[in-house]
Design a protein around this ligand. Structure first.
Ligand code: SF4
Length: 268
């Protein structure tokens, strides 16, 4: 994909490939914020993570997924109405969630702001602050546990089946996402319900035409999160941040293969 750099006015500007902020310095004493998405980057390729967080390289920008963002925003608005009235959402009864309501907390808006805040946990023995911007939290009034929730939008001809949904390879990262949020909440001192949920909105592509609207099938997919593996990976991540050598790249990465082949052709 061709990605051209523009300033806030939409004018083309020189792409340097570098940025100056959020770069890890092994000597720094202040906090270094590390988001859930950067943790996921680390899991996929330590080399790219290092080039980004330590060397300050900027990866090409991605287009924003505005339709997905629209479903997220509308769901948020809908859940906030139930949050205000302390009432269950229309989907809860259908999926057997009794005595559950959207969670009320003064920091909800901060926790949902992935860019500036999110959930925050200072990782012990380090200057790392782990962060994660959640979509939503619900509250089980019976157990007094907080339920981790992530909204997902897609357009798939196959109806969403709760069991099969998380088995596909491209949804493996979703599990990491919920694990990480549960990890942050747990370490922030909250009682977290053992099952989180993906609120999946699947656009119906079998309709006779567009007619100015998309219809969605809505399914709650439960997921039993697991946080046991995360601390050991944060320790590995810290080792990588502090290292002075480039880690190995991921041999399955098409971007690196492209860059390698392009360099080869340009050097000829
Ligand atoms: S393999 Fe190369 S391009 Fe791909 S993620 Fe790693 S460093 Fe980045």
């Amino acid at each position: 994909m061709i990605s051209l750099k523009r300033n806030s006015k939409g004018e083309l500007v020189e792409a340097t490939g570098y940025r100056s902020r959020n770069i890890y310095d092994p000597m720094q004493t202040g906090k270094f914020r590390l988001s859930r998405s950067k943790f996921s980057d680390f899991l996929q390729c330590r080399r790219c993570f290092y080039l980004d967080r330590v060397c300050g390289l900027t990866s090409p920008g991605l287009p924003s997924w505005s339709l997905n963002q629209a479903t997220d925003d509308l769901l948020k608005r809908e859940f906030d109405q139930n949050r205000m009235t302390k009432t269950p959402h229309r989907m809860f009864e259908k999926f057997g969630l009794t005595n559950v309501i959207p969670y009320q907390h003064q920091d909800m808006d901060k926790w949902r702001d992935a860019t500036h805040h999110g959930l925050e946990f200072d990782y012990p023995g380090s200057n790392l602050t782990l962060t994660g911007g959640i979509d939503d939290l619900w509250f089980d009034q019976n157990t007094e546990e907080v339920i981790v929730v992530d909204y997902k939008s897609q357009a798939n001809n196959i109806p969403v089946q709760a069991e099969a949904y998380l088995e596909t390879w491209h949804h493996q990262g979703y599990k990491t996402q919920l694990d990480f949020y549960a990890y942050l909440l747990h370490n922030m001192g909250y009682q977290v319900a053992p099952y989180g949920y993906f609120y999946v909105c699947n656009a119906d592509k079998s309709a006779t035409g567009f007619h100015g609207k998309l219809l969605f099938e809505e399914v709650l997919v439960p997921y039993k999160w697991n946080i046991d593996w995360i601390s050991s990976h944060i320790d590995l991540l810290l080792d990588v941040l502090k290292a002075d050598v480039l880690p190995e790249s991921n041999p399955s990465c098409e971007n690196c293969a492209y860059a390698y082949q392009r360099n080869r052709l340009e050097i000829k």
